[in-house]
Design a protein around this ligand. Structure first.
Ligand code: ZN
Ligand code: ZN
Length: 253
């Protein structure tokens, strides 16, 4: 499984694009490509990373905040321009079809009627196990100001957990158990911030869930500027690798 950090930022960071992760895996000779979240600053970076309009199989939307799904109208319209024919799966919370089609309709009112490919929506909820696009998908609620689902995807014996936004919950710790990589939002360093996680909470979460590696993303922009103070916290963790990915970084798990 190859994991590429398209963006690692929060909503309004002038330097770091919104958090979004491209995941590729091969199983049985078939290549699969998915995107976890697609905020408003993501599409140009995704097109640079993946110019082939047919390659993407599915988009996961963790929750309905603009920095996690407002990139969809541009993504979907460009696939239409490119003459895409393969269906695109959009997986998210109940209501995903209505919210996403309304959003596309506001941005480009005529595009949905002329798409040459099918948009297939799948509603996800905790407890549901989905097998799509070469991955096994499971989810759990995270503690955020809007309903948010953390997701775990498994393929070929490897597993990736992605929090979306919000602080860990008992259910998300269970979901992440033993994952090869957990990507978790860490909006603040240590100070409590309602509806968000912190670097300290993420480290506790990763220890409890016994994940092998932890990538911290979605740092609040002023906190990221103080990252020299975060590095000692990260280096003090001995049981697992903790790191702050940069946009464009790729890792194989
Ligand atoms: Zn966000
Ligand atoms: Zn959010």
């Amino acid at each position: 499984m190859e994991v590429k950090f398209i963006g690692v930022g929060e909503a309004f960071d002038e330097e770091y694009p919104n958090t979004s992760i491209q995941v590729e895996a091969e199983e049985g000779g078939i290549e699969h490509c998915i995107l976890l979240d697609c905020g408003f600053t993501v599409p140009p970076l995704f097109w640079k990373s993946c110019p082939d309009g047919e390659r993407l199989d599915a988009v996961w939307i963790s929750h309905f905040h603009g920095d996690h799904f407002f990139g969809l109208p541009a993504l979907i319209a460009r696939f239409w321009q490119l003459g895409r024919q393969k269906p695109l799966l959009v997986i998210g919370l109940p209501g995903v079809e209505q919210i996403v089609t309304q959003t596309i309709g506001l941005a480009y009112p005529s595009v949905l009627a002329k798409l040459g490919y099918e948009l297939r929506f799948i509603e996800m909820q905790p407890g549901k196990v989905l097998m799509r696009a070469g991955f096994v998908w499971r989810s759990a609620p995270n503690a955020h100001s809007r309903s948010d689902l953390a997701v775990r995807i498994d393929c070929g014996g490897k597993s990736l957990f992605y929090s979306g936004d919000g602080a860990p919950t008992e259910d998300s710790v269970l979901l992440a158990r033993g994952a090869d990589l957990a990507v978790h939002e860490a909006f603040r360093m240590s100070e409590p911030s309602p509806g968000h996680s912190t670097v300290s909470k993420c480290i506790d979460f990763a220890r409890s869930a016994q994940v092998k590696r932890l990538a911290l993303v979605h740092l609040e922009r002023n906190e990221r500027r103080r990252r020299e103070q975060i590095f000692p916290m990260i280096r003090a963790v001995s049981e697992l690798e903790v790191f702050l990915p940069e946009p464009g970084d790729k890792i194989r798990i």
